[in-house]
Design a protein around this ligand. Structure first.
Ligand SMILES: [Zn+2]
Length: 234
């Protein structure tokens, strides 16, 4: 693995649900905002179907608020929520259009998203359908955003997206050393208080994130790291 290049100014991190970015990526975001880069979050849903036994009307606003707090901890002030339905996000033109419109407005140099493989690792559990839809649509929307003939109603095209990085993949190509910012990443995950309390099992954000980042760090040659697969976009 090589270090992720940090010669850019603006990134957008695109995921399906509030909390997706907090399971690792947020530590890298903290490093980047600490360097003065601007990072925005773009979420396809509000996470309203994420807590068993609690009604979506109540959960949606709660999880949006938790996500905004999580984002603020790692220096992210712009959090955009689309209103695709949590649990039943469809890969398709509507999703690509919404993502492309947001990318055109935010005009990033770099786009971050999450694993859209069928499973987590070779023999792991099936990856959530929303993650599969949003991750794949995000890579496609990077290209869509640059083509003014595609979705002409979605604002003027942006041509600045140079790279996309996909987190939590089985075969990463790049890493970010987060030894100095993992504490912020842990604090960011802890902001999802209601969600974590309702998991119905013991979960220690500190132990979980240190184990994962420590393991990636072994391959990267630093104490803690976050891994990505790089897709060049130009
Ligand atoms: Zn998710």
């Amino acid at each position: 693995m090589e270090p992720v290049k940090e010669d850019w100014d603006k990134a957008v991190a695109v995921v399906a649900h509030p909390d997706d970015l907090e399971y690792g990526v947020a530590s890298a975001v903290a490093r980047w905002t600490g360097q003065g880069k601007q990072v925005s979050y773009l979420l396809a849903t509000r996470g309203e179907a994420g807590i068993a036994g609690m009604a979506p009307d109540e959960v949606g606003p709660l999880r949006m608020e938790e996500e905004r707090r999580s984002a603020a901890v790692v220096g992210v002030t712009e959090v955009v929520f689309l209103d695709h339905p949590d649990g039943t996000v469809e890969y398709g033109i509507a999703l690509r259009r919404d993502l492309a419109a947001a990318l055109r407005r935010l005009a990033p140099d770099v786009v971050i998203t999450m694993n859209f493989d069928l499973t987590w690792g070779e023999e792991g559990p099936v990856n959530h359908a929303d993650h599969r839809a949003v991750g794949l649509a995000t890579l496609d929307a990077c290209r869509d955003a640059a083509n003014g003939w595609v979705f002409p109603e979605a604002g003027p095209p942006c041509s600045g997206i140079k790279s996309a990085y996909v987190a939590s993949v089985g075969e990463p190509t790049h890493f970010v050393d987060v030894t100095g910012t993992i504490d912020a990443g842990i604090a960011s995950l802890k902001e999802h208080r209601a969600y974590i309390e309702c998991l119905g099992r013991e979960f220690d954000p500190d132990e979980f994130l240190r184990n994962m980042a420590g393991y990636i760090g072994l391959g990267a040659g630093c104490e803690y790291a976050v891994a990505f697969r790089h897709y060049p976009m130009d």
